[in-house]
Ligand binder design. Structure first.
Ligand code: DLL
Length: 432
């Protein structure tokens, strides 16, 4: 039998959800107009006043917010509560100074924890479960989000953070973890390590909640077989709170959006026009009741489809299919947001030119990044030792910038094919 964390809300008739959203939206707009100077200025610039917003049907009149807007107003962009009322920040991954900072009041944390508790219950968790949280803790929202959800549910929570696989497996076995939360790549790696050590029969795992990056149905099957569990997708982004914006249920055919907290639209990424349900486009979220960082019409850049087809789990929340890609050039490699422009900046700083190609792949369910860089005529050498030293230096500089390992291959000047149109800088071989 299906369980729900917030049964009344999660199974509410659609018309009632809309009414609730309408009510919260109008209140939120008053709050934003009065307390968020950045967004009020944006509205005024677009010739819109709060008096033009009479119901949710008017949302299309409001300007979008983009990551650039938030970066431009770093660090306090869209802050709508005094800092003294905020209790926490989290932040997107990215270069210093370009990170987006998300602020939370206690109310915002409670709301977020509730979203994650719903995700855990939808994956079959109860307070009797032992939940191992192996997403990173810190500025990243993954660890804190699922940790908060698991506490709220009353499960025994293991705040493991990511890495240290030996210790992860030891706790998993010794404490009898039944639910594991981490990125799908790490779940696949754990499955491999479990196979290598031959400890599969010592595990009590029954479910996993995996997100923060795109993953395919094939990968789901591999992880389910490797860990002997049912694997559930979870979606979210720092700007909207973190994981738990949407979550999968027993049907495993897309993620229910927590519609009492987040209003979703799909737009044409080129024109900004709102598209009807069922169309593929860019996902846009409005937070309906967050206090400190109440983003309105935030363009996620994630390309996906929304559907309100009845779900066998009984939830009435609209579903989003797995995001199929992004409308910007941001790559998510090992869970870290990487922009090609960051890599380019490192290459230029190290005296190379912008002749490079990034090859992203997924080998044994783990992301890899190879960077082919042309030597400049001045740097050109055929001495293998010198080349190895230069490559090593670049690997270090890239690691310092991105926080992840990239394999660097120096190639001869003019050997990377020049493009007549836009440069093809990224070859993403991952099948997602
Ligand atoms: O990745 C929050 C999160 C943590 C979600 C743990 C799920 C689990 P950011 O670092 O701000 O936040 O990255 C957000 O990651 O816009 C998507 O492009 C991508 N993303 C997140 N979840 C999924 C998913 C966290 N389930 C960006 N499938 C988003 C595909 C996802 N992409």
């Amino acid at each position: 039998m299906e369980n729900y964390y917030s049964k009344e809300i999660e199974t509410m008739p659609v018309e009632q959800i809309r009414e609730l959203q309408n009510e919260k939206f109008l209140k939120q707009m008053q709050h934003v107009w009065n307390d968020c100077p950045d967004y009020r200025a944006k509205m005024e610039k677009a010739g819109i006043s709060i008096d033009d917003i009479k119901s949710l049907d008017d949302i299309g009149k409001l300007p979008f917010i983009t990551k650039d807007d938030l970066r431009e107003h770093y660090p306090y962009a869209m802050l709508a509560k005094p800092l003294s009322e905020c209790v926490r920040i989290h932040s997107t991954s990215g270069t210093t100074g370009k990170r987006v900072i998300a602020y939370y009041t206690q109310h915002d944390i409670d709301l977020w924890d509730e979203c994650c508790a719903r995700a855990l219950v939808a994956a079959g968790a109860t307070k009797e479960d032992v939940v191992q949280v192996s997403y990173g803790f810190g500025l990243f929202t993954g660890g804190a989000g699922l940790n908060g959800g698991s506490h709220k549910l009353g499960s025994l929570t293991l705040p493991m953070s990511s890495g240290n696989t030996d210790r992860q497996l030891q706790f998993m076995i010794d404490l009898g973890a039944t639910v594991i939360c981490c990125t799908p790549s790490y779940a696949a790696y754990l499955a491999e390590s479990i196979k290598e050590r031959g400890v599969r029969d010592q595990l009590k795992l029954k479910a996993g909640i995996f997100g923060a990056e795109a993953w395919s149905e094939e990968m789901r099957r591999d992880i389910e077989a490797g860990l002997g569990i049912k694997a559930f997708d979870i979606y979210g982004l720092t700007e909207i709170s973190g994981p738990g914006v949407s979550y999968e249920c027993s049907e495993q055919t897309g993620m229910h959006i927590n519609e009492d907290h987040f209003y979703a639209e799909i737009i044409d990424p080129d024109t900004g026009e709102v598209l009807p349900e069922g169309s593929e486009g860019e996902l846009v979220f409005t937070s309906l009741d967050k206090e400190a960082f109440p983003v309105i019409r935030y363009r996620t850049k994630d390309i996906c489809v929304l559907t309100r087809k009845a779900c066998s789990c009984g939830r009435t929340f609209i579903k989003m299919v797995k995001p199929r890609g992004r409308s910007d050039d941001m790559l998510i490699i090992k869970g870290v947001n990487v922009f090609p422009s960051q890599i380019e900046a490192v290459l230029l700083e190290q005296g190379y030119q912008a002749n490079y190609q990034l090859i992203v792949d997924r080998v044994n369910n783990s992301d890899t990044l190879d960077v082919n860089v042309e030597m400049t005529p001045e740097k050109f050498t055929d001495n293998l030792g010198e080349i190895a030293d230069m490559e090593k230096k670049l690997v270090g500089a890239l690691k310092a910038m991105l926080g992840i390992f990239a394999k660097v291959h120096l190639v001869a000047p003019k050997s990377i094919t020049r493009s007549e149109g836009k440069a093809v800088r990224v070859i993403d071989k991952r099948k997602i």
